[in-house]
Design a protein around this ligand. Structure first.
Ligand code: PLP
Length: 333
């Protein structure tokens, strides 16, 4: 990485040279007879990254935020109740979007530095015998606080209550970097983006939908146009997209999926864990600092949010790291 800024913000992440080179392509006709070959190269790889056989992946020219909207508007109706926990900037923003789109959000506010409150979710779902809650939201890796939540536990809470609500998971900063299992965890909508674990520039919104979620499109009354999954499915079935796809990013995606396949997902997760252990050891044991994450069970292997000690200015730490060491650190959100 000589000659480059050392990029340690949660996203965009460093794009490997192989992926950078793969994106340097001349433009081509996205309605050509050859184009479907590219689509058919991306989709199977994406399914592997989501660890799904039955889910359907979608690629939008958008950032991850667009797929929050796609997940919600394709499955729900105005006024529907959704259950969501707020424990950081990203879980907050998804809740804010749901509210602005006209959903009735039942918010569980949690202390920042903790994650999805499984016991509370279980109690609320058990008490909801009329099944008013139509979807349960969970942010797998809350990037603002460096907290990873137990999504298998959310699935258990739903199953124990025999609750039919859909399970929506934000995996923007965990997909391809922290163990994520779409099928095993019974996820219905998994929302991600290109610029974190997938090692690409920003610009692709990546979504995976279960068959149960796709069936909800029939009854879902929320307005949707650009993010309509029906239009996408109709085009994708023949290998095309309903509007101009982000071609260069897609060539990059094919290459990054190859890299993921070569290293192996489990090896990638182990690598992130190993490096995160090193960062935590340096911060906690080495420098006597504290993480934002309250307990070891919440520690994220992709983002370590380190608290700046009382009396020090975080902005100065970041500015000095940048000027003196050419290191970009993320600011607190
Ligand atoms: C980065 C991030 C997002 C936002 O994604 P954009 O691509 O910036 O829209 C959402 N959720 C989490 C957890 C993130 O880390």
């Amino acid at each position: 990485m000589a000659g480059r800024n050392f990029l340690f913000v949660p996203g965009p992440t460093n794009v490997p040279d192989r992926v950078l080179r793969a994106m340097v392509v001349s433009m081509e006709d996205h309605r050509s007879p050859k184009f479907p070959a590219l689509t058919n190269e991306m989709m199977p790889g994406l399914k592997k990254v989501f660890r799904t056989e039955h889910g359907t992946p979608f690629i939008f020219p958008s950032s991850g935020t667009g797929c929050w909207e796609a997940a919600v508007t394709n499955t729900l109706s105005p006024g529907d109740r959704v259950l969501a926990a707020r424990f950081g900037q990203f879980s907050h923003l998804w809740i804010d979007m749901c509210t602005r789109l006209g959903l009735d959000v039942q918010i569980v506010d949690c202390e920042w530095g903790t994650g999805v409150p499984l016991q509370q979710y279980a109690d609320i779902l058990k008490a909801d015998t009329g099944h008013k809650i139509k979807a349960v939201l969970a942010c797998h890796n809350e990037t603002a606080t460096g907290v990873t939540s137990d999504i298998a536990g959310v699935r258990e809470a739903l199953d124990e209550a025999k609750h039919p609500a859909l399970l929506f998971v934000d995996c923007v900063s965990s997909l391809g970097s922290i163990d994520f299992r779409f099928d095993d965890w019974g996820v219905d909508m998994a929302v991600s983006g290109s610029q974190k674990g997938l090692m690409l520039p920003a610009g692709l919104g990546i979504l995976c939908a279960s068959q149960k979620a796709l069936a909800m499109r029939e009854s879902a009354q929320m307005k949707r146009a650009y993010f309509d999954l029906g239009d996408m499915m109709t085009s994708n079935a023949t290998g095309y997209f309903p509007y101009t796809p982000a071609l260069s990013l897609m060539y990059g995606l094919v290459e990054s999926l190859k890299m993921i396949e070569e290293e192996g997902l489990d090896n990638i997760f182990a690598r992130h864990h190993y490096l995160a252990e090193g960062v935590r050891a340096a911060a906690i044991k080495g420098w006597g600092l504290k993480l934002c994450a309250k307990e070891a069970k919440w520690y994220s292997d992709t983002v370590s949010a380190i608290l700046v000690p009382e009396g020090k200015n975080g902005a100065e730490v970041i500015a000095r790291a940048y000027r003196r060491y050419n290191v970009s650190l993320g600011a607190g959100l």
